[in-house]
Design a protein around this ligand. Structure first.
Ligand code: PML
Ligand code: MG
Length: 274
């Protein structure tokens, strides 16, 4: 069976407003393309000036199959508390305070040099906070990934039970799983650029996908992603190649835990049971 990577990106006034992608068989290309176009047309920022769709055949043997990260939700009252807890978690993972502050400042104010959102992610040194992605406007866009139909059905039903099912979170789990599975990734920080969507997460191999219902003030259009790495050890070209080119399919889902407050999370996840 021929398998394809189908990618959509939409822009308005030369600014990226929406992007999404799927991996599908040749039989499903048409309905997938039409769903992605609908998605671009329904974006809350308004009708796009341009919609780009690309359809590219994948060599099946090269698709890497992965299990999704476990999902934990931390209950926070507002985005300030959310950012405090997210910072503490990043510190626990080993990211330096300086690097966390720089990443958050960039994301809160438009991370591209013209103070707009980037289409992709920043790559940030975990100690110094120095950005090393080659193009600061575009960033690195993790790509060529999806979740298999059966795993997606399970993920939807699990997320529904927790009352957190929506396309943002499903796509973010797929992306975060791919990114966390690059051995070079120390952690990822993300919050949404949708003005009405305030949630975000810190993802890592050790703690999984840890979400915070509030990481951003309501109405802010600024969001994005930061991948923390050790620039002294990193082969940047190989890392970017994995993130952008390696096809990944999530075939199994992880656990999805009921929401907890920050102290409970620390006690359960950080201090190991005797
Ligand atoms: C986005 O697609 O804008 C990023 C969403 C990140 C948070 C998803 C969640 O866990 O609710
Ligand atoms: Mg978005």
């Amino acid at each position: 069976m021929a398998i394809y990577s189908i990618r959509m990106r939409a822009s308005k006034n030369n600014e990226h407003i929406s992007g999404a992608e799927r991996i599908a068989s040749s039989m499903d290309i048409q309905k997938t393309v039409s769903a992605l176009i609908n998605r671009a047309l329904l974006h809350e920022i308004g009708k796009p000036d341009e919609i780009n769709i690309s359809v590219e055949r994948l060599k099946q043997k090269k698709i890497k199959k992965l299990k999704a990260l476990n999902i934990t939700t931390i209950l926070v009252d507002d985005y300030k508390q959310g950012r405090q807890c997210a910072s503490q978690l990043l510190e626990l993972i080993g990211v330096d305070k300086r690097a966390i502050k720089k990443a958050m400042d960039y994301m809160a104010n438009g991370a591209s040099p013209d103070k707009k959102n980037m289409r992709g992610a920043m790559i940030i040194d975990y100690k110094t906070g120095k950005r090393i992605e080659p193009d600061r406007y575009r960033g690195i866009r993790a790509s060529r990934m999806d979740i298999a139909k059966q795993a997606e059905a399970r993920l939807i039903s699990t997320l529904k039970k927790m009352r957190i099912n929506n396309p943002y979170i499903r796509e973010a789990i797929v992306l975060a799983t791919k990114v966390a599975n690059a051995p070079e990734t120390i952690a990822e920080l993300c919050w949404s650029d949708e003005p009405s969507y305030q949630a975000g997460y810190v993802a890592s191999k050790r703690f999984g996908y840890v979400r915070f219902p509030y990481l951003k003030e309501k109405g802010s259009p600024f969001g994005g992603r930061a991948f923390f790495i050790d620039s002294k050890k990193l082969d940047l070209e190989m890392y970017i190649n994995f993130l952008e080119q390696q096809a990944v399919l999530i075939t199994r889902i992880g656990r999805c835990k009921p929401p907890v407050n920050w102290n409970t999370f620390l006690n359960e996840a950080v201090i190991p049971a005797p």
